[in-house]
Design a binder for this molecule. Structure first.
Ligand SMILES: [Zn+2]
Length: 226
């Protein structure tokens, strides 16, 4: 066989290095953690009891634990494009049910972010293939809040507001679930929150979802406590 062309060789070496460096990083991280706390990994291996379930966007710029100032073991995490909670998504449903019924998390956070590519894609009138059914959830949020959104003329502002409204609606989707309603009736937790992360300054904004009020409103139709 002929030797691969020079640029192919370069690409292959680049890929090899970008993979290998993770293992170098990993070893350094292990050493650093052990310096801080020699028993760190014994504790980590002994089990998890996180207080928080974080449901966020897959966007690579949002390191969930770091933005909350929390370490390994503190947060149960579920991420997907545009932090959606569709009730037919077996993965999201399994994560939430496990977090509530087995880990007994105290807070569930739906966290969106301004400048979300998923939200922008949903605002684009185009056939995006396999993404269509996923983005449809966001387009449905738009339809629910059409009057408010249509008042906003600035596109960026409109996208940002849809980011917030999507967080509200996904938080409502969480509250509609039996696991949340039953656990809250019994234990007074978990509480569901809606946040937005701002990439420009790194700050989290609490949208102040009124959990009790939302729960009462939702239970008029979706009461699953019985
Ligand atoms: Zn996003």
């Amino acid at each position: 066989m002929d030797a691969p062309p020079a640029n192919e060789k370069r690409i292959s070496r680049f890929l090899e290095q970008s993979h290998e460096r993770i293992f170098d990083n990993n070893k350094k991280w292990v050493e650093e953690m052990k310096i801080d706390d020699p028993e760190f990994f014994d504790k980590l291996a002994s089990g998890q009891s996180p207080e928080y379930l974080y449901i966020g966007c897959s966007d690579s710029r949002i390191p969930a634990n770091q933005i909350m100032g929390l370490g390994p073991g503190d947060v149960f995490i579920h991420r997907n494009i545009a932090n959606l909670v569709p009730n037919t998504d077996l993965s999201a449903m399994s994560v939430i049910n496990y977090a509530v019924r087995h880990l007994h998390v105290k807070h569930i956070i739906v966290c969106g972010h301004y400048g979300c590519g998923g939200i922008a894609a949903a605002m684009t009138p185009a056939d995006l293939g396999i993404l269509n059914p996923w983005l449809r959830n966001i387009r449905d949020v738009y339809r629910l809040h059409e009057a408010e959104l249509d008042e906003i003329t600035d596109e960026k502002e409109k996208n940002n507001r849809l980011v917030e409204l999507n967080v509200f609606e996904q938080a409502r989707n969480v509250i509609k679930l039996a696991a949340i309603q039953q656990s809250y009736a019994e234990n007074h937790y978990p509480i569901v929150h809606g946040w937005v992360f701002d990439l420009h300054d790194g700050l989290l904004k609490d949208l102040k979802v009124d959990f009790e009020k939302e729960l009462a409103g939702i239970q008029k139709i979706y009461n699953l406590t019985k």
